[in-house]
Design a protein around this ligand. Structure first.
Ligand code: HEM
Length: 129
């Protein structure tokens, strides 16, 4: 059984990603980075990606090709602040699921590493030399 099946399959990922975007919509600074007026397509892309990553259907790559997440995030200024906002909404979304602790831990660990890898813009104040 894949991790995807163990955590409840399509329904779990649908709920997770939906709750995540409820958080994004309520966070104007993070929301401003998303280019599309309608977050529905972005929600669908993230859902397909996560389903695939955790061992479910590979619809993401059939539609979008290789994930190349760092490259796909290059157009958006992912600062430490934005990473933290993203993580906060994802952890809150995870809390709405009834995952057992081992699965929750594995998912949190993945999100933390991936979100950090995607930081591409400095937001720390520079000392003036
Ligand atoms: C675990 C961390 C993350 C994962 C797995 C992830 C995953 C994804 C995926 C799969 C897409 C769609 C790519 C495509 O097919 O075009 C995407 C888009 C996007 N991500 Fe992330 N992301 C993560 C972190 C972040 C963070 C920290 C930010 C902070 C700002 C961010 C901002 C965006 C934006 C603005 C888009 C464009 C929305 C769209 O039209 O799809 N992501 N992300």
């Amino acid at each position: 059984m894949s991790f995807y099946d163990e955590v409840g399959g399509a329904e779990t990922f649908q709920r997770l990603v939906h709750e995540f975007y409820v958080g994004v919509k309520a966070d104007p600074e993070l929301r401003a980075l998303y280019p599309e007026e309608d977050l529905g397509p972005a929600e669908r892309r993230l859902r397909m990606f996560l389903e695939q990553y955790f061992g479910g259907p590979n619809t993401y790559s059939q539609e979008r090709g290789h994930p190349r997440l760092r490259m796909r995030h290059a157009p958006f200024p992912v600062t430490l602040d934005m990473r933290d906002r993203w993580m906060r909404h994802m952890l809150a979304a995870m809390d709405t699921l009834e995952l057992d602790e081992a699965h929750a831990e594995a998912m949190r660990d993945y999100f933390m590493r991936a979100a950090h890898m995607l930081v591409n813009t400095d937001d720390t104040p520079h000392a003036s030399l």
